[in-house]
Design a protein around this ligand. Structure first.
Ligand code: TTP
Ligand code: MN
Ligand code: MN
Ligand code: MN
Length: 372
């Protein structure tokens, strides 16, 4: 069993926050299959089953080498009968018939197409599917379909938004945000988060955290940044959510990605001239000289920066397991805002992510090792 940890030397933790998961994934053939199964379960509203597939994929992503036989899955956490059967299928036939069936299923294909539109979740997609709609053209031309503002933007910029954002484009967006912030608040900081902080080459959007040393000024700063981008004429879509943050509220028990900080979900125009090497990841035939990019900005108060950074850096699976580990192994509650120790009945403050890992008694995991 060369290359894989045997049970005697080291065991793989059931918690992603106790594993180091880089972007190089030697088990992609298996994890891709699990991710199709997870997505299908999510479409069918089987949250528990979806989570089981996501956990299995996450465990395999953390392994230093490819599985060589079914026996290599022995002793691994989060791999049950169903996931082992998929691994066995892939070893025997080079593919999983269960996955092939889903991929060729009309409902799955349609749900995948509809949910690829910004602002369309599984609920809406299913409603459209049950009405007999099958293509994006049918949706926009159907008079009885009501689209909200977000979905309208999703259709309008569909081609751009579904095209992956490159690292160079993400940094170009960061420079625009930094320049804008600098003009108004020289002490404020703009920090990259999300998938690009984890080292990804491509992403579906760009995520930055804004914060000011003067507590209580972050919400105003974010609003002025939005104003300024709007004045520059590069804002194509703006969805602003004001703060609902309450410092006395306990961290939430269940995993939910949404937090209470002031934030915005934007679509901005990124011009080729703003990019270091001057090339946009667009069709070569595209003569506009710009592309639309999804940008998320969040503005936590300074004393919550570390929690927000840890929460927004992802991956989602890593975040889920951090919170589950805190609750089940340490009797603590963690979310994007705070860490609370139940036995001490006290909030544990943190200036850095290292402080949070320290409070949890976890070895520090670098952002690029959080691709669980
Ligand atoms: P995403 O931008 O959705 O995902 P990503 O950056 O990991 O991957 P991609 O390349 O596809 O963009 O979310 C980033 C993290 O932010 C994710 O762990 C969830 C978290 N998040 C919150 O904590 N609160 C929120 O309100 C939102 C919208 C996201
Ligand atoms: Mn790896
Ligand atoms: Mn992102
Ligand atoms: Mn995002």
């Amino acid at each position: 069993r060369v290359g894989l940890p045997s049970t005697s030397e080291s065991t793989v933790s059931q918690y992603a926050c106790q594993r180091r998961t880089t972007l190089d994934n030697p088990n992609k053939i298996f994890t891709d299959a699990f991710e199709v199964l997870a997505e299908n379960s999510d479409f069918c509203d089987s949250k528990g089953q979806a989570l089981a597939y996501k956990r299995a994929a996450s465990v395999l992503k953390s392994l230093p080498a490819a599985l060589r036989c079914l026996g290599d899955t022995e002793g691994l956490p989060c791999l049950g009968e169903q996931t082992r059967a998929v691994v066995e299928d892939i070893f025997e036939c080079g593919r999983s018939s269960k996955v092939e069936t889903i991929l060729s299923d009309e409902k799955f294909q349609t749900m995948k197409l509809f949910t690829s539109v910004f602002g369309v979740g599984p609920k809406t997609a299913e409603k459209w599917y049950l009405r007999g709609l099958r293509t994006l053209e049918e949706i926009v031309s159907e008079p009885h379909v009501h689209l909200n503002r977000m979905q309208q933007a999703g259709f309008l910029y569909y081609a751009d938004i579904t095209r992956p954002v490159s690292k160079a484009e993400a940094h170009a967006v960061g420079r625009i945000v930094k320049e804008t912030v600098q003009e108004m608040s020289p002490n404020a900081s703009v920090v990259l988060t999300g998938g690009f902080r984890r080292g990804k080459e491509f992403g579906h959007d760009v995520d930055y955290i804004l914060t000011t040393p003067e507590m209580g000024t972050e919400e105003g700063l974010l609003l002025r940044v939005i104003d300024r981008l709007n004045y520059q004429g590069i804002l194509l879509y703006t969805e602003y959510q004001g703060s609902t943050f309450d410092a006395n509220r306990l961290p939430c028990r269940r995993f939910e990605a949404m937090d209470h900080f002031p934030k915005c979900f934007l679509i901005i125009q990124l011009h080729a001239a703003a990019i270091q090497d001057g090339t946009l990841s667009c069709d070569p035939g595209d003569r506009r000289g710009w592309r639309a990019v999804r940008l998320d900005l969040v503005a936590p108060p300074a004393d919550r920066f570390a929690f927000a950074l840890l929460g927004w850096s992802g991956s989602t699976q890593f975040e889920r397991d951090l919170r589950r580990f805190a609750r089940l192994e340490r009797g603590m509650l963690l979310d994007n805002h705070a860490l609370y120790d139940k036995s001490k009945d006290a909030f544990l403050p943190a200036k850095t992510e290292e402080d949070i890992f320290g409070h949890l008694g976890l070895e520090y995991i670098e952002p690029w090792q959080r691709n669980a």
